[in-house]
Design a protein around this ligand. Structure first.
Ligand SMILES: *Cc1c(COP(=O)(O)O)cnc(C)c1O
Length: 367
């Protein structure tokens, strides 16, 4: 058997007629940059998240960047975030000339550890931006409490967590601003790039709309320096189609995860269990073990694709050498980076495929 790490062609095939119709509609209307398809998606995605407002962007990275601009973060400021994430979370902070201040993760959830948060706050701290990593909500109660008490805006990086819930409430509704990515591999993916911000505040919404369109709300009048961060019409149309399937897809991911949990419980692997009150949407299913590299090779020989999320924490990346960190600064993140292994995880995985992955792992003896 062959179990690819990810099967985007399978997903596209399953909804191809709907996608063809949506793309054809956009070709007919020629509303290629923003337009009615994007407006419809913003409305429907806000409703899906349970957020008051949604603004579409051309990527999740752009959405995060604009979040920093909306909060007035700039040179000399600090933003608290996690070193164990995709690098774009930190890019947003760097783009506005501010400094990412890292707080290590809680190894139970792989998310920013609230117990370490408060001691990282300084007079320069302008915002706190944790990540709902792998689709599992970060520990919102203590983080929301600390942000509230210290008067710091919370930004959710929800790029991997469309539809995840914390104590029944969807992520993307807790922060002053929340960013989503629609990169093709995400739980909700465009046929290209895409992103969004959700928020309640009307002022944030109108400024976000202006910033994504060259800083103008009236054409050719530019109130502040902006960007070309518009969502494409075709992506809005595609995302509307896929949004209709997202609940079922997330439920299918959870079924795959529960099957993995059951089949892998007796192995030496550390499994991604859900924290109390958290409902993960399993963007990734990441197991951990120090023998990760050998296991990965074994699985490759058996036709099972795997990946690493993420092999090197941000504080040890070359691009952030200027921050002056060293190995050992964030030990939980470093252990996670050295032990993580992402197993195949997508809604189209069959029970036979999941069983084959688990069987292949149980045949590995070189722990
Ligand atoms: C994917 C991702 C982003 C960036 O989104 P793009 O749409 O690829 O720009 C940001 N943060 C996290 C955690 C991500 O996984």
């Amino acid at each position: 058997m062959n179990v690819p790490y990810f099967d985007l062609p399978g997903q596209i095939r399953s909804i191809r007629p709907e996608l063809d119709a949506a793309i054809a509609r956009t070709l007919d209307s020629c509303a290629f940059c923003l337009g009615p398809e994007v407006a419809a998606f913003e409305r429907d995605f806000a409703a899906f998240v349970g957020a008051g407002r949604c603004v579409g962007f051309n990527s999740g990275t752009s959405a995060l960047h604009v979040a920093m601009r909306l909060l007035g973060v700039g040179p000399g400021d600090e933003v608290i975030t996690t070193p164990y994430t995709f690098v774009a979370t930190s890019w947003a902070i760097s783009y506005v000339g501010a400094k990412p201040v890292y707080v290590d993760i809680d190894e139970a959830t792989m998310n920013l550890d609230p117990r370490l948060l408060e001691r990282a706050i300084t007079p320069r701290t302008k915002a706190v931006m944790p990540v709902h990593l792998y689709g599992h909500p970060f520990d919102l109660d203590p983080i929301v409490e600390i942000c509230g008490r210290r008067g710091l805006p919370l930004v959710e990086d929800a790029a991997q967590a469309h539809g995840a819930r914390y104590k029944g409430r969807p992520v993307g509704t807790f922060g002053a601003l929340s960013a989503f990515s629609f990169y093709p591999g995400k739980n909700l993916g465009a046929c290209g790039e895409g992103g969004a911000l959700t928020m309640e505040d009307a002022g944030f919404e109108s400024r976000a709309r202006a910033l994504r369109e060259h800083g103008s709300s009236v054409r050719y009048y530019h109130d502040e320096v902006g960007y070309n961060y518009r969502m494409e019409g075709i992506q809005g149309a595609v995302l509307n189609v896929k949004l209709g399937h997202l609940r079922a897809w997330n439920a299918a991911r959870r079924k795959v995860a529960h099957r993995y949990h059951r089949l892998l419980a007796a192995t030496p692997l550390l499994l991604p269990l859900e924290a109390h009150g958290a409902e993960s949407v399993y963007h990734l299913y990441v197991v951990r073990h120090p023998a990760r590299d050998r296991l990965r090779e074994h699985l490759a020989k058996r036709g099972v694709g795997t990946a690493l999320h993420y092999p090197l924490p941000l504080h040890l990346q070359k691009c952030y050498a200027g921050l002056g960190h060293r190995a050992g600064d964030f030990p939980a993140s470093e252990r996670a980076a050295n032990g993580c292994l992402s197993l195949p995880m997508y809604p189209e995985l069959t029970e036979d495929q999941v069983d084959y992955v688990a069987q292949s792992i149980s045949e590995f003896k070189d722990w």
